[in-house]
Design a protein around this ligand. Structure first.
Ligand SMILES: [Zn+2]
Ligand SMILES: [Zn+2]
Length: 441
């Protein structure tokens, strides 16, 4: 993880190389004698003396077109630059960098003539390397979510007792270490941190990447406050919002907690992963119960509930979508089982859903999947509410819905009477095309 400096050096080197090639090409063109370096002059890696090694281990790279001066060969293990001890045109002796994160990585050699195709290499955990086990609150509760400025504890092994000898990163952003022991570090989340994997380097030796920490806000951003469909781009595209977190609250009316089946939540997480381009991570949090006796909901009631129970809002590189599962039904129309009423706000009338399915509830989980997929479809701007249509497929009788009754974005979810199965479970080809063209997959 301690790779910021080498990475910047590499970028600088590449920019300089690019600039040089461009200047040569431009100058050459002016004189009508354009000359590019022959592609065969670029360095090539044929083999490495070993295919895996711990940091600080010496290895030999054999290949072609290396520079004979050691310093003119830039050898990288992923983002970490290696020291080159000795160089010949067909072999380089170098040391696996101390800052190379353990795990599979790509080895490259860059010289004045170009960069070699990457070669796979495995960096082994060095003996005594720190290891991150889990992230906790300072009260010792495991967590995967934090607010900027919060204090957290990282438990693990191999840390130094002096805080100054440990470095912690959340993604690429360093976090200050407040207290340290060999098995625990207390850190403060910087205000500019986004979500990312947590890594530790102790005395310059890096851990493998630890668990993902989602850094969110506790106040609504514009993204969260806006109208349905306006967050579609942020959700579908990979940048700048690389992470998605789904917060779920479920009503406890004193007798029942109206929460969805775990399998429905796993399925919706998989469905989102399939359609959204999120290079960071997607996570659906466990439902948190809240106590309420209310059995009839208006829009104003849902909004008041949200401001009371929602803990997390979009922040930095992270979009948060909030789903509240409630007892009772929607006052204006008791046939409604799901409602998307703001850019990142969904309500599911879980009791109404179960009532519709009847006492056997053979399809509760499938129905929850269908409703959640449908409501997320609205959050993603389908159909034609924030996300443009590849070909027209909006139902004129039900704006914002698909005219195809086999699509999950049809206005009503229905049960196939013969098989007692939910009829619609997924987006149809028209909806998938819309999502892809707006930046999803
Ligand atoms: Zn709908
Ligand atoms: Zn559709």
């Amino acid at each position: 993880m301690s790779t910021d400096r080498p990475r910047r050096a590499a970028l600088l080197a590449l920019v300089l190389l690019t600039a040089l090639v461009l200047l040569t090409a431009l100058a050459g063109c002016d004189r009508g004698r354009h000359h590019d370096p022959a592609p065969s002059d670029a360095p090539r890696i044929q083999a490495t003396s070993v295919t895996s090694a711990a940091p600080r281990t010496e290895i030999t790279i054999t290949g072609d077109f290396f520079e004979t001066r050691a310093a003119r060969n830039l050898v990288f293990f992923g983002p970490a630059q290696a020291e080159v001890i000795e160089a010949q045109p067909d072999r380089l002796r170098c040391v696996v960098p101390a800052g190379a994160p353990a795990g599979g990585t790509q080895l490259t050699v860059t010289t004045r003539t170009g960069t070699s195709p990457p070669r796979s290499f495995t960096v082994l955990a060095s003996p005594g390397a720190p290891a991150v086990q889990r992230i906790e609150t300072t009260a010792g509760q495991p967590t995967e979510v934090a607010l900027p400025g919060a204090r957290l504890r990282i438990t693990g092994s191999g840390f130094a007792s002096d805080p100054a000898q440990n470095q912690v990163w959340i993604g690429p952003v360093p976090a200050s270490v407040r207290t340290a022991s060999p098995t625990a570090l207390e850190i403060e989340i910087p205000s500019d941190a986004g979500s990312g994997t947590v890594g530790v380097a102790t005395n310059g030796v890096a851990s493998t990447d630890g668990p993902t920490l989602f850094v969110c806000s506790d106040t609504a951003s514009d993204l969260d406050r806006d109208a349905v469909g306006t967050a579609a781009g942020a959700l579908l595209r990979g940048a700048p919002r690389t992470h998605l977190l789904v917060e779920i609250d479920a009503q406890d009316d004193g007798g029942t907690v109206w929460e969805p089946d775990t399998s429905a939540l796993l399925a919706i997480a998989a469905r989102l992963d399939e359609r959204l381009y999120k290079p960071g991570a997607i996570a659906v949090l466990q439902p948190q119960p809240f106590a309420s006796q209310r059995t009839s909901w208006t829009n104003a009631d849902l909004a008041a509930l949200q401001s009371g129970v929602r803990d997390l809002y979009s922040h930095g590189n992270t979009v948060v979508v909030h789903v509240q599962f409630v007892a009772g039904s929607y006052r204006d129309n008791d046939r409604v089982i799901g409602l998307t009423w703001r850019a990142t706000e969904i309500a599911v009338f879980e009791q109404a859903l179960r009532d519709r399915l009847g006492p056997l509830s053979p399809n509760a989980s499938r129905a929850e999947q269908a409703v959640l997929t449908h409501e997320f479809g609205h959050v993603l701007g389908l159909v034609d509410v924030g996300t443009a249509m590849c070909t027209p497929h909006e139902d004129p009788a039900s704006p914002g819905h698909d005219i195809n009754s086999d699509c999950v974005m049809y206005a009503e979810i229905s049960i196939r009477a013969t098989a007692l199965q939910i009829r619609q479970t997924d987006f149809d080809a028209n909806c998938k095309c819309d999502l892809q063209r707006a930046g999803g997959r």
